[in-house]
Design a binder for this molecule. Structure first.
Ligand code: G6P
Length: 620
């Protein structure tokens, strides 16, 4: 949701800004813009819709500066119009600003500014920041027409930040200071890439890949003074901080599409590797358990835990639901799964020995971050299961586990989901081995985990067959997804994938619960997708499948290889390799990801950038 880029150095700024904005497209946006500075000439270009429209405009507009800022906006305050697109300027046109986050007291500030005679050009909360900086500059300069100095700009930015309530990641450029960008963050991430005689700024690492391997993660309440040859990071209103330059361990291939038509398909096919990466170095044969380097809690402390709360949003919430089945089964610890948006305000009673896991691909989801903070404030240990290194949730949790899935760019989560599931499976094994699981049981679980990537690779071979099935069902308006026990979360996740990218209504349900309502929807035009691999509930789910067939509903079944019983009954069958019951969902979700992908494609949808959705949801 919203993306920021900035450049200062010896090259033209706009090529990097445009390329960077393209790399941030996955976050979701509905307008985009750039501003650059050539001497004291500020050029600003904005466009509604895709980056390509902005790029087309830039061809006819002159942006010759080697300093600039850019933004993709996902509308919150005010519609997706050109006027509301960033960068926003202060009234005297001296400062341009790009901003991610939400300013909660913007109305009050806007009123104050309007009372002082300021005229606003947009409906956004961001413009309030630009106008405030401009106002503070006016107050500090003896002659309003005199050039602004670095000190004046920095103190105007700091004075403005003091008055803001809410969250921000922002970059300010000043017409009088073509050698300087000022960046600041509170609750919305910003990184600075360090190059040779140049610096790059972005809201996540993706735009930096291929430009530099040196990255600085700004922390909350830090302000960076960025020049081509220097970077100073200081606490807002405080002293200078020694910033850490870290290595950006992402390769260009990971953020570029290569020969693949869509990121989603690329990421679906990366799953055997992403699962291997999630498990690498974490399966310990000597102790027959999983090991994690970043939990930051001693086994003795974890042994005392008698309740686990898993909190998340969207697809990550589905992984959490599977986590509940896994941890309760292997470790016998009571688990609760909470939508982060509910947990943050629900105030549930929590015993002393409760551990919270926040599960999130991006590490930036506003509700998940708020839920984590609320539980942490109450003094409970908090851990994160997160993909994006250095993200807000990764920084704020007491410890955690990285997925190492590599950047996930398709808005619909695929490889991050299966990696979250496998990390939760390893955590279940770890907690189980702290308690009652025997050495032999631990060893068997490790062997089963090691076999998983090959089983997923095998499941991927059904892609052509899934495409043919998608052709038959692409025009249906409603789908039911039904699974039971470990595969109930698979049903929810399969339905969500279809909804997200094809805009077709789909509902996931526990197979047996279907009788209590959804069965009324069954008719010849409503396909039911059954997840029915071999296992303890096979016969029960089979009974539900027969109930659907008896009512004339078409059935697509995801079942085990060689299962003739299902093949005889179902209209279409997708075979998946047998995996142990607890790991089967990680295999069974694969054909459902492919089904959603092909149906969306056949319906002409923009698979990687579905309408209205954002990859990283940084507002409540
Ligand atoms: C958005 C994305 C989903 C994602 C959810 C939670 O809605 O479109 O794909 O599952 O946010 O995101 P997180 O980064 O916290 O896993």
């Amino acid at each position: 949701m919203c993306g920021i880029v900035g450049y200062i150095g010896g090259d033209l700024a706009t090529p990097f800004l445009l390329e960077g904005l393209r790399r941030l497209e996955y976050r979701g946006y509905d307008s985009a813009g750039v501003a650059s500075l050539d001497g004291s000439r500020m050029a600003v270009t904005r466009a509604v819709g895709r980056i390509e429209r902005l790029a087309a405009r830039l061809e006819s507009e002159e942006h010759l500066g080697s300093i600039g800022i850019g933004h993709t906006r996902w509308a919150t305050h005010g519609a997706a119009t050109e006027q509301n697109a960033h960068p926003h300027l202060g009234g005297r046109g001296r400062v341009a600003i790009v901003h991610n986050g939400v300013i909660e007291n913007h109305q009050q500030l806007r009123q104050q500014l309007e009372n002082a005679g300021v005229t606003f050009q947009s409906e956004t909360d961001t413009e309030v920041i630009a106008q405030l900086i401009e106002q503070h500059l006016g107050a500090s300069a003896e002659d309003v027409d005199a050039a602004v100095t670095q000190e004046q700009l920095v103190s105007a930015v700091e004075a403005t930040l003091k008055r803001l309530q809410g969250t921000y990641g922002l970059v300010v450029m000043c017409r009088d200071l073509p050698d300087l960008l000022v960046a600041a963050r509170l609750g919305s991430p910003l990184v600075v890439g360090v190059g040779r005689h140049e610096h790059f700024i972005a809201s996540d690492a993706a735009p930096l890949v291929g430009h530099t391997e040196k990255i600085v993660y700004l922390a909350d309440r830090q302000l960076a003074i960025v020049k081509a040859d220097s970077l100073h990071v200081r606490e807002q209103h405080g002293g200078r901080v020694r910033h850490q330059v870290e290595r950006l361990a992402v390769e260009s291939e990971e953020v570029d599409l290569g020969d693949c038509p869509h990121y989603m398909l690329k990421e679906i096919f990366e799953q055997p590797d992403s699962l291997r990466n999630a498990m690498r170095g974490r399966l310990d044969d000597n102790d027959a358990t999983a090991v994690f380097g970043g939990l930051n809690l001693r086994p003795q402390q974890l042994r005392q835990i008698d309740r686990i709360v898993l909190t998340a949003c969207g697809t990550s919430w589905h992984a959490a639901l599977l986590g509940e089945y896994l941890i309760e089964e292997l470790a016998r610890i009571p688990v609760e799964v909470e939508y982060a948006s509910e947990l943050r305000y629900r105030n549930p009673p929590m015993d002393n020995q409760t551990l919270l896991f926040a599960i999130t691909q991006s590490g930036e989801t506003a509700d998940t971050l708020a839920a984590l903070r609320e539980v942490k404030r109450k003094g409970h240990p908090t851990l994160a299961i997160c993909n994006v290194i250095g993200s807000s949730i990764a920084q704020e949790a007491d410890g955690g586990v990285y997925l190492h899935a590599g950047p996930e760019i398709g808005v619909a989560s695929t490889k991050a989901y299966t990696s979250q599931c496998v990390v939760l499976a390893m955590l279940a094994l770890y907690f189980g081995r702290l308690r009652h699981l025997s050495f032999e049981q631990g060893q068997a679980a490790i062997e089963q985990l090691r076999a998983l990537p090959d089983q997923v690779a095998e499941a991927l071979r059904a892609n052509d067959q899934v495409r043919r099935i998608a052709e038959r069902y692409k025009d249906c308006a409603n789908f039911l997804y039904l699974g039971r026990q470990f595969n109930f979360p698979t049903a929810l996740e399969g339905a969500l994938k279809l909804k997200e990218i094809s805009y077709v209504h789909a509902e996931g349900y526990p197979a047996a619960e279907m009788k209590h309502g959804p069965i009324a929807l069954v008719d010849s035009s409503t396909p039911s997708v059954f997840i029915i691999p071999r296992g303890s509930v096979y016969d029960k789910v089979m009974a539900n499948l027969e109930e659907v067939k008896a009512r004339g509903g078409p059935v697509i079944a995801v079942c085990s290889e060689g299962d003739d019983r299902v093949a005889d009954l179902a209209d279409d069958v997708i075979h998946v390799p047998d995996a142990p019951t607890w790991l089967q969902p990680i295999v069974s979700i694969v054909p459902l990801q492919m089904l959603a992908y092909h149906i969306a494609l056949l319906r002409g949808c923009d698979v990687d950038k579905p309408r209205n959705l954002a990859k990283s949801v940084t507002v409540e």
